[in-house]
Design a protein around this ligand. Structure first.
Ligand SMILES: [Mg+2]
Length: 279
């Protein structure tokens, strides 16, 4: 049970929020100073194919439900996308703003500030920065001539990412990365991410959950491809949404705490919240 005082504060903010949301889509700033630890349920979700997947109607239903229950629902994006993408996405007003962002395949851990900035949390990123050790230039140089890898145009802080042609990638590409003490994570048969060792969505979500003091049984991890496996395997309530990559289901589909949804994308998240009785 939460203290009465918290409830009262949250309800006041609900009233503040609904007015602009009804007239102009999902607007920033998300005006809830209430910490996530005081909310009944926290959704930690992948974006492409998961939160952004499913029919437009299913997405609208989920997003509206979140906004209408924002006082008791926290939202964390856990994605391969970078902060600039999320700013554009949520700035459109069509998608609710998250409270926190784990971006860049787990190599960014950030809060959304009252000013609308996606601001990295240094204490949570220290270990990531150390493990990466400024390896970007070395990775790009070593993999420059590897077939089947096309460097993505954006420079990321703690990773190097390629679009991959899986039929052409050679084992040597993996070996070169390993020699640098880094790790390769492939996903959806088309992304080849070079990451600091031991860093991915799951470990970063775990770190953020501990930092925020969340009750693990009230957090739902949602995903659809192989780079979501580490967070779906954490042991917290989880959903592999309908349409998930076969290899993700092979890895985590049999786990007791993972709900394999029928509903595709947003509908699968909605289904899991009901089936697992999370709100
Ligand atoms: Mg996805």
């Amino acid at each position: 049970m939460r203290p009465k005082q918290t409830l009262k504060a949250e309800m006041t903010h609900t009233a503040d929020f609904t007015t602009p949301a009804e007239t102009a889509g999902f607007v920033f700033p998300n005006p809830y100073p209430a910490p996530l630890s005081g909310r009944r349920f926290v959704l930690a979700t992948d974006l492409d194919g998961t939160f952004l997947g499913g029919t437009p109607g299913d997405r609208r239903t989920l997003y509206r439900w979140i906004e209408d229950n924002r006082a008791t629902v926290g939202l964390i994006f856990v994605t391969g996308r970078d902060p600039a993408f999320i700013r554009d996405l949520c700035g459109s007003g069509d998608v609710p703003w998250p409270d926190y962002v784990i971006g860049d395949v787990g190599t960014t851990i950030a809060e959304v500030t009252p000013e609308g900035e996606i601001s990295p949390i240094p204490v949570l990123e220290a270990e990531i920065t150390r493990a990466w050790n400024g390896s970007g230039a070395r990775v790009r140089e070593l993999l420059a001539d590897e077939p089947g890898l096309t460097l993505q145009p954006t420079e990321f802080r703690h990773r190097v990412s390629y679009d991959m042609d899986p039929a052409r990638v050679r084992p040597s590409a993996h070996a070169l990365v390993k020699r640098l003490g880094l790790e390769v994570l492939t996903s959806d048969d088309r992304f080849f991410d070079v990451l600091p060792a031991g860093v991915s969505k799951g470990p970063s979500l775990k770190r953020l959950i501990a930092h925020l003091g969340l009750v693990e049984s009230r957090v739902l991890a949602a995903g659809d491809t192989l780079n979501d496996a580490s967070m779906l395997a954490l042991g917290i309530p989880a959903v592999a949404v309908g349409g998930s990559e076969r290899r993700l289901l092979d890895q985590v589909g049999h786990l007791d705490h993972v709900h394999v949804a029928q509903g595709v994308g947003a509908a699968g998240i909605d289904e899991a919240i009901r089936v697992l009785d999370l709100h």
